[in-house]
Ligand binder design. Structure first.
Ligand SMILES: [Zn+2]
Length: 129
């Protein structure tokens, strides 16, 4: 019986349940399908977290830097994807992506990020494995 390969559209003879003309087309089809699959939430968070970390590191040129919020956002930074936080004695909340973090403040009505590096001595996290 004549059938059409679902990968390359070539006609082939085969059993009724065969979908592909060859083993190559079978694996090629699955490869392409997996490649186009929308990434899982886990994968998306992981990718954003890595990008956030890279950007915080990139713009943190002096151990502690201040930068306009939009500049970081425009570069692809997403402030909601973080790994942990540290609350300073004065109440300021520092949000971190691994060992680089930021703190949002208003200056002349403009939002800025103060970029900081994780200080294990002062910011120790109890019970981290
Ligand atoms: Zn084929």
């Amino acid at each position: 019986m004549k059938k059409k390969c679902i990968n390359c559209d070539k006609e082939f003879e085969g059993r009724i349940d065969r979908l592909y003309c060859s083993d190559y087309c079978k694996s090629d089809y699955h490869y392409k399908k997996n490649k186009n699959k929308t990434p899982s939430f886990y994968a998306k968070v992981e990718r954003q977290l890595k990008l956030n970390h890279r950007l915080l590191k990139h713009f943190n040129t002096a151990g502690k830097s201040t930068i306009r919020k939009e500049k970081l956002i425009d570069a692809g930074f997403n402030p909601r994807i973080i790994t942990h936080y540290w609350k300073a004695k004065n109440g300021n909340l520092y949000l971190f992506c691994y060992d680089y973090g930021f703190f949002e403040k208003k200056e002349n009505n403009k939002s800025k990020y103060v970029l900081v590096q994780w200080q294990p001595k002062y910011m120790a996290i109890p019970n981290i494995k």
